[in-house]
Design a protein around this ligand. Structure first.
Ligand code: UD1
Length: 420
């Protein structure tokens, strides 16, 4: 059975959408449920395969979760420690977040090496080094990581690079660890602030998220709570970039400017008209936009790697040339040959892609190589003349809940086709 997205390009996009809950915030927050001794109700939910996989992993730890009233109910009263096996971790890289939480709660954990989108080698050395800094003894054998935490203690850890996942895992690891842990050179992404807010709501004592130093005063236990996960800034950016590419008039609800400043600055340079009022953003785009000569991805607050492919889709049809430099992952240009099949002019040298804007793209059969590459191909297909078929839709479903339904609301001509 193959699932494809079939598009006919050329429509402008217009309408109003609510921004979905953030996948990248939800995943570590679900992992953090391991730390809790009670019941948690999430007021929102987003139906993504990655979130479903994380719930499956939690169920192997005896944490039951059920959809309820548009949200998610999680029962973490009977958490038990268990080995997280390869068939679980191969599906999502975010499974590695569980490691810090399990260690904090049980002082031991066994987990298989994580999988995830193929966008570079994605090692976990920073996670392991950080855990060792908190006294964890780590033995790697037969594809499994055995962590022994009987001598764990709070302390200072300096990350060599501000990894988002390592920061989140270490925050969770220190949450139930007696004493004060200071994490330095940490990632500043808004999703980490959201994790901190969630943990604090359950009784943790954490401060500093959003800056480069996080301080955790260990507490004995966490209690249940009710929480609303932040809006997805990458989802919002994807729909804004789609409207900039196709032209139109889009309003998004649930928008937070301070999480998206780098993108908004680039869209303004491209000559989109943007109005922000409270948590609403309206973007209007008409005709061919100006290329932005140089864009580079960097950790927050700079332009996110998770919007690089979608930004590339926009630049393919802008007036002028753009050098897009990818500084976070070493192999995140998988979308380039696919966009070129549609008539884009892009050449890659090392970590830089040079995009020379063309007047039009043409429909083609294209293959998503990862989640964001898939989103970029949908954007290109909505713009292109004629029919586009996007294959490997399972990548897109990891991070967008029924992407075709959302674009249909905006007037896009897109449908999901399931073939036997
Ligand atoms: C998270 C996001 C992902 C986003 C990325 C960067 C989630 C679920 N995923 O992924 O969508 O693209 O942040 O914003 O939140 N690295 C190492 N060793 C490590 C860990 C990371 O070398 O132990 C490298 C990675 O290979 C990569 C860079 O550091 O080149 C950034 O990775 P990291 O910030 O850890 O990303 P993730 O947490 O995996």
């Amino acid at each position: 059975m193959e699932t494809k997205l079939v598009l006919t390009g050329g429509q402008k996009l217009a309408g109003l959408l609510d921004i979905d809950a953030s996948k990248n915030a939800f995943l570590p927050i679900l992992a953090a449920c391991v730390l809790c001794d009670g019941e948690i109700f999430f007021e929102n939910y987003v139906n993504l395969t990655d979130i479903f996989c994380m719930r499956e992993i939690l169920s192997t730890l005896n944490i039951d979760s059920q959809l309820l009233d548009g949200g998610l109910y999680v029962n973490a009263k009977n958490v038990k420690n268990n080995k997280i096996t390869h068939d679980m971790t191969m599906k999502i890289r975010a499974s590695i977040f569980i490691l810090g939480a399990l260690l904090s709660r049980f002082r031991s954990a066994v987990i298989a090496y994580p999988g995830g989108c193929n966008i570079g080698s994605r090692p976990i050395d920073l996670h392991i080094k950080g855990l060792k800094g908190l006294g964890v003894r780590v033995v790697e054998r037969h594809g499994y990581i055995y962590c022994h935490g009987e001598n764990m203690k709070a302390g200072d850890v300096v990350l060599d690079f501000p990894s988002v996942g390592a920061t989140e895992s270490l925050v969770m690891c220190a949450t139930l660890l007696k004493g004060r842990t200071v994490l330095k050179n940490v990632a500043k992404e808004p999703e980490i602030v959201n994790l901190q807010d969630f943990l604090n709501k359950m009784g943790a004592k954490i401060s500093g998220a959003g800056s480069d130093t996080i301080v955790i005063e260990g507490v004995e236990k966490l209690h249940g709570t009710q929480f609303k996960v932040m809006a997805d800034r990458i989802w919002a950016g994807t729909f804004l970039l789609a409207t900039a590419t196709c032209g139109g008039d889009l309003t998004l609800k649930g928008f937070k400017l301070q999480d998206n400043e780098s993108l908004i600055s680039l869209l303004s340079q491209s000559a989109c008209k943007i109005d922000i009022d409270g948590d609403m953003i309206r973007l209007r785009a008409n005709g061919r936009l100006r290329a932005v000569p140089e864009i580079q991805t960097l950790p927050f607050p700079y332009f996110p790697t998770d919007l690089q492919s979608q930004m590339m889709a926009l630049q393919t049809v802008c007036d002028g040339g753009c050098i897009l430099q990818e500084n976070v992952f070493e192999n995140r240009f998988g979308v380039v040959p696919e966009l070129c099949k549609m008539g884009a002019k892009i050449s890659v040298k090392g970590r830089s892609a040079y995009v020379q804007g063309v007047e039009r793209l043409y429909g083609a059969h294209v293959f998503a190589t990862d989640l964001r590459a898939g989103a970029a191909l949908v954007i290109a297909g909505l713009k292109a003349e004629g029919y586009t078929t996007v294959h490997n839709v399972h990548y897109i479903d990891r991070g967008y809940d029924r992407i075709e339904e959302k674009f249909k609301i905006l007037g896009g001509n897109i449908k999901r086709v399931v073939e036997e």
